[in-house]
Write a protein that binds this ligand. Sequence first.
Ligand code: HPA
Ligand code: ZN
Length: 338
Amino acid sequence: SSIHQFLHELPKCEHHLHIEGSLSPNLLFRLASVNKVSLPDPSSDPSFESPEALTSRYERFTSLDDFLHYYFIGMSVLITASDFESLAYEYFARAHADGVQHAEVFFDPQAHTQRGIAYTTVVSGLTAAQKRAEKDFGITSKFILCFLRHLSATDAEVTYQEAVALGHFSDGTIAGIGLDSSEVGFPPEIFREIYASAKQAGIRRTAHAGEEGDASYVQRSLDICHTERIDHGIRLVEDEALVKRIAKDRTLITMCPLSNVRLRCVSKVADLPIRRFLDEGVRFSINSDDPAYFGGYILDNYCAVQEAFGLSIKEWKYIADGAIEGSWCDDERKKVLL
Ligand code: HPA
Ligand code: ZN
């Protein structure tokens, strides 16, 4: 349809994409075989019988933690810098095909260093893909280093210091820090010192908050960790004053509609607070989160929002402009995108 064509052609920015979450079941099985990584025995979990069985298991996640179980097993097949490069290059190619012009990509270094893969292996693969994708597709990108909130603050600090020591924040290899994994019971203030140090050093800051956790997780991310952005943020609507404040400050909320449905944060896309955000002037972007796990890339998410809300061209332009303005690229790049 013409609105589909319009959404496809609309210049898009993606701000909430975990590169490890773009690992398809097919590639997962292929890399497990090539790298001789053993997957769980199908007799204990039949989902590991085949890529098809795994794909259908992904349609039945019961919660964030249920998804994370599969997400961490999946990424265990990534071993070499070339594995990370292929994974990221394929994501950039797919994003480009969906009309993404600029992508800000999360990665989870601790999930790799914990199983003996060097931080530098991960980063060299990702940056090789980034350069190749910019040359081949004109897509610009940034990397955001996420800390796993189910691990300790000390563990996060070790990872942070490794990136600092390599000069990765000052030379632009990594644009900012984020916080992901299990939310409830792991509040943002656990990581307050790292966030304070990042703020001091002029490093960009975001955090997943208000996905499964209540609005106080959003408020504490802003007040205690001084995040400039909120990832997911859907439960912030439970606090009216917070909605007003986020609208006033133009804090970007990076929403992930298909993810929220798959992880049962909402029962359908129409239950997301998109209308409320538009009416109250909250800036947000629409993103895919973990597209290989949640049944769609960014354009599928845009289309799902259109199906549920029937937005006007003017509203879509407002959303797309907000996504450009909320991006962490320089003003020159923003001018080209706007
Ligand atoms: N939430 C928390 N952690 C994650 C997610 C998410 O949506 N995706 C990948 N890690
Ligand atoms: Zn996420």
